[in-house]
Write a protein that binds this ligand. Structure first.
Ligand code: AMP
Length: 420
């Protein structure tokens, strides 16, 4: 995390929270934390533009915990804060953060989302809790069941609001808003600030403090981005070649459809490369297991669709691969933002077929950079298609071997990097 230096205790957080933050190993607050924590502690509404990877979750969770912890007089277990997230993964991840940060308080938190049995969630809700994290659909199901009361909610957070709108949750969100007490503090976090987000914020926030953390482009500029032109039908073959050639580990591969994700997982598996897929059709249990295996290193490759990958918390991945280019340039930025976080070096590789030229142009326009095409001779598309001279680019990945292949020693460190 970069940005101006201050300390967590200077932000005014209570000792119980400082202890858990120290235990997480955070030395200094990130830029969004420096901006958002005092704003939220001043009990104002906040509208913040900040991407995943900036430390945004702690920037709203910590001050909310502080305010609830200080105000709490009894162990009543009434829901004081409601945090809405667009996907199950994000909801689960935010809940994990809430739990970690509230470790030394007596506050209880829980996450509810679809894809798991509602009965087990009902049992947890009946025990009473202070902070509820939820996806919109499951939250409304529980509310309509009379399993929840919103009467004591003092904090309402919309996390990744832009993604909620993309996923069509606008009506659910507006509905939820009408069910909440009018006296409350509302926080809206979004990766982008579009017309739609502005209008959502206007109807929801009262004289908000606006914050914008503009470090995404700096982040992506620390990532080496490679583009390998290849015929569409040969992408899997090229991928296998790259993985086997370099013996890479911990690769996150983005792919367009759920079916393609499973097919790629199977093909890689048959080739002896341990792979798992995560997408919306997989059960929560299967997704969690895949993610755990990937984090622990028992699974070498995780194949994910954009929606499933959104919000999964994997820090400092050495490499991400785009099997296809996304239609929306912001998705490209989100994808590659998985690597090279917190100033660690990152590598993002795109397997590019000419039918994706339109998406590539959109990404180039949006990120303001031109991609150099790096041809792998055995996989270069026929010249008549690409109308370019194929040259051997040599050892493109030597510099990264130590990061992506855990068995290799750090070699090539300090050498000039290529492909920037
Ligand atoms: P987020 O943007 O909330 O998805 O957070 C991205 C990652 O940064 C998470 O893994 C956090 O645990 C981590 N993180 C949050 N705040 C800090 C901090 N101040 N210093 C170091 N890491 C942090």
């Amino acid at each position: 995390m970069t940005g101006p230096t201050t300390t967590f205790s200077a932000l005014g957080l209570c000792d119980e929270l400082l202890q858990s933050v120290a235990e997480k190993g955070y030395d200094t607050p990130s830029e969004i934390q420096i901006e958002a924590v005092p704003a939220i502690l001043s009990e104002r509404d906040v509208m913040a533009v900040a991407q995943t990877g900036t430390g945004k979750t702690a920037s709203f969770v910590l001050p909310i915990l502080h305010l609830i912890h200080n105000a709490k007089k009894t162990d009543s277990g009434l829901i004081r804060a409601l945090i809405i997230a667009p996907t199950r993964e994000l909801a689960a991840q935010v809940a994990t953060s809430v739990e970690a940060y509230s470790k030394y308080t007596n506050l209880r938190s829980f996450a509810v989302f679809g894809g798991v049995r509602i009965e087990s969630q009902l049992i947890e809700l009946q025990k009473g809790l202070d902070i509820l994290v939820a996806t919109p659909g499951r939250l409304l199901d529980l509310y309509n069941n009379h399993s929840l009361s919103f009467d004591d909610i003092a904090f309402f957070v919309l996390d990744e609001a832009d993604r909620m709108l993309e996923l069509g949750f606008i009506d659910d969100i507006r509905h939820i808003q009408t069910l909440l007490p009018k006296q409350r503090q509302t926080l809206l976090f979004s990766a982008t600030f579009s017309k739609e987000i502005k209008s959502l914020a206007q109807g929801m926030l009262k004289q908000p403090i606006s914050l914008e953390i503009k470090n995404t482009n700096n982040n992506i500029n620390t990532i080496t981005q490679m583009l390998h032109p290849v015929e569409k039908e040969r992408k899997t073959e090229l991928l296998r070649y790259l993985i086997e050639q370099h013996k890479w580990h911990q690769l996150l591969i983005f792919i367009k459809t759920k079916r393609d994700a499973d097919a790629l997982r199977d093909t890689l598996g048959e080739a002896g490369i341990s792979a798992e897929s995560i997408h919306a059709n997989r059960t929560q249990h299967a997704r969690t297991k895949a993610l755990e295996g990937f984090k622990q290193g028992t699974i070498q490759v995780l194949v994910a669709t954009d929606i499933a990958a959104r919000g999964i918390d994997i820090n400092q991945l050495p490499c991400v691969i785009n099997y296809n280019l996304p239609y929306v340039p912001e998705d490209y930025v989100h994808r590659i933002g998985r690597t090279g976080r917190a100033s660690a070096e990152g590598l993002a590789i795109t397997l590019f077929s000419e039918d994706e030229a339109k998406q590539l142009r959109a990404i180039e326009r949006s990120t303001g950079r031109q991609f150099k095409r790096h041809f792998i001779p055995a996989f270069a598309p026929p010249k008549k298609v690409i109308e370019k001279k194929v040259e051997d680019d040599g050892d493109l990945y030597g510099h990264f071997e130590a990061d992506i292949n855990p068995k290799k020693k750090a070699k090539g460190r300090g050498r000039k990097r290529r492909g920037r």
